[in-house]
Design a protein around this ligand. Sequence first.
Ligand code: RAM
Length: 905
Amino acid sequence: MEPTRAHCLKSHSMVLLVLVLVSPALAAPRPPHLGPIPPQHLRCEYLKNPRGMDVLRPRFAWWLSSPRRGESETAYQILVSTSREALARNRGDEWDSGKVTSSQSTQIVYAGRPLESGMTYFWKVRWWNGEGDASPYSEPARFEMGLLHRDEWHGEWIGGANLLRKPFALPGMVRRARVYVAALGYYQLRLNGRRIGHNVLDPAWTTYPKRVLYRTYDVTHALRDGHNVIGVMLGGGWATQTAGGIPGYYTAPALLLQMNITLTDGREIGIASDASWQMHSGPILRDSVYNGEIYDARLEQPGWDRPGFDASGWQPARRMAGSAGKLSAEMMPPIRVVDTLVPRGMSNPRPGVYVYDFGQNISGWARLRVRGPRGTRVEMRYAELVYPDGTIDRENLRGAKARDVYILKGQGLETFQPQFTYHGFQYVELTGYPGTPGLDTLRARVVHTAVSPAGNFVASNPLLNQIQRLIHWSQVSNLMSIPTDCDQRNERQGWMGDAQLSAEEAMMNFNMAAFYTNFIRDIRDAQKPNGEIPDTVPHKYGSYPADPAWGTAYPLLCWYMWQQYGDRRILRQNYAALQKYESYLESRAANNVLRYSYYGDWVAIAPTPGALVSDFYYEYDTRILASIARVLGHSADAETYSRLAGEIRTAFNGAFFNPKTGQYATGSQTADALALFLHLPPKGRGGQVMAHLTNDILYRHNTHLTTGIIGTKYLLPVLTEYGRNDLAYELATQTTYPSWGYMVRRGATTLWELWQDKTGPSMNSHDHIMFGSIGSWFYTALGGIRLAPGSQGYRRIVFQPQIVENLRWVSATLDTVRGVVSCSWKHEPGRIEIRVEVPVNAGASVVVPQEEQMTRVVIRESGRVVWEDGHFVPSDPGVLTGKREGDGYEFTVASGSYDFQLTGE
Ligand code: RAM
């Protein structure tokens, strides 16, 4: 029984006894209790309990947490078994790593018996801390393999119609059943009248002729002894969509399906797609990513996906050529309906025309509720904007029809939502509605790849929070199995420039590891034998070879995967292809200058030569490749690439630096900022370039930026790095054109493609993520969370918040591969507080800045003095060292939470 207050008051001696028992200070030292790692902190290939993997040596990861400071992992043990029971008895019959002396808690490569197709594996892990205490084992987690060999797929590609069905009988009860589904286009899977899974717009868009992804579903409980029916609805998706003038890969969608069933008596039964399936055209008259869906409910086939249905009007399914490409497991979060929005208002600008405002620009579709006579045609048209008279403005959708049509069957309340399209919109226009619609007639369904949030940034200036919100929404609405440029017009492509510029922001705000792992493979799939990669992946729009500022997505995404997640494997897997890409760039350079360019500093206000932008990335890519070579231990290559990078640097300065004026090329902010970002200016000239840059911002442009998407990514980080964070902050919080604040003031809920609001119709998306690159600066500069130089995966962190005069506080948190990393600060005259959190197995330095005229500085950490009279005061557990550093004080700390307080006069 816990001692209660009444007990304790009984007598003095009793109080003492209780104190001795409960006070850690007085009690004899006991080994700390290490709890088991909670199941939500276990990952396999970046996923929680993944189903259907085809990585033969998957990687495990776990996050450790401990209330104690300076906690570290010194060893771990992983057990993997095919049986939960064996695992419960601590038997790792597939793999017992034994006690491995290591401080690694991520990227631990499976090294057990070969993993087999379709098998489920259970695993658990325990760890030892610095004192040698072992934690209990975690709860078991699981992972399941997909079909590892092509010959395990017994079916054929079939299609010919929107609806496909296969009745079959099972001679017994089911112990276990899995369905593996691949499609060219989109599918919805049904079994015995029930929808299977929650994925929509599946599978991911890939270069289908090269690779098609499949998903794995557990359908054990959807099957029954006796008659069963599989039903599949097919949509064209990207398989049939004409885009950028290039026709779809195929003229019709196709399905490849394999169902593997084990009965309770051990019998194995396989069902696969083939010409014995039945097909019917069904109610979807037309579906297209850009143009929406036309659905005639009168053509529904009630009961088609259940046993007992009369399929006499159906035809045998058609065999399709399908794809000869590789079948790979889809190992990233699926696209899902992640939220449902209620309209904020409804207006009736013209007779019979109703316009719903959902208050937020999103990707997805509307859900309609309607009652009315059979054959009534209701149309929903989507828009990001409205005209002053309240009608929808669709000029910026270009050729996309972006509408869904529902034709009523006339049977009471009917609900409809499209399945094989999506739209980018804030407004929906409803016409043809029988009667007067109400607010509850429409809901907006928010649809995108269901990545989980990983970061949080809040500050005392509401404008920053509004910008953060715009970034969040623009980012998610542009995750549709690939990173897209926009979600509304007839484009929605995997533009690599947009992808590379937003990747760091995305990795801070969301868990992107699995998503980018897939996209990087897509890039590799798109590479030509001479090393070229395209502007868009999968390639539809733009050119082969990519503009170098777009192609750089390949090396940069790989490198960010290493920095953010410590993923060495991705570097290894792509190294040869990256080298080929580098050789391609070399072949296009003359005298070490790479000049070819199509877009340059895209959508800039002040011009910068495209050649400068391309050559900047040539240097950057070469340098990154040298770093990758170093990580992989290819030291000769590292030497070669470093040398080449040096030569490019010299040539860059020769080509673009003006030693008289101390500016690069046109002297645009982008030109100067790019050079400064890579420290390219000749020795001793950096200050002059920086002065030219800040003058341009302050005096020529009245504290405004003039950068396009390329310059914007680097401008603020450069200002911060070179000591002008105050100016970076002014740009970040500017509210007049051009600025993020201007977008906010004009009512934006997602970021625009252009700094200008409504300009010409052709290039005027109101949901592009490119300018969202500022999001990483929020975390690294204002939030102050940075990787220590040379570190990866948040093993060593530098907390160096940039304390801005007009900002009272900031709070930034990242869920990293190692656990939670956070930094929050607040300041008032004479006082600065910084709280940080460092995960187990990590270490950090905390730079506590000082206000300019402060004297007699005292710094406390959790109330204990750590700096006084100009000296570090050791005593505080966890705070290891302290020294003066620049304008501040730098402390090194071990893992744990710290609360620094600087006071001064
Ligand atoms: C536009 C895209 C994209 C950009 C390219 C160059 O069409 O929307 O944002 O990367 O052009």
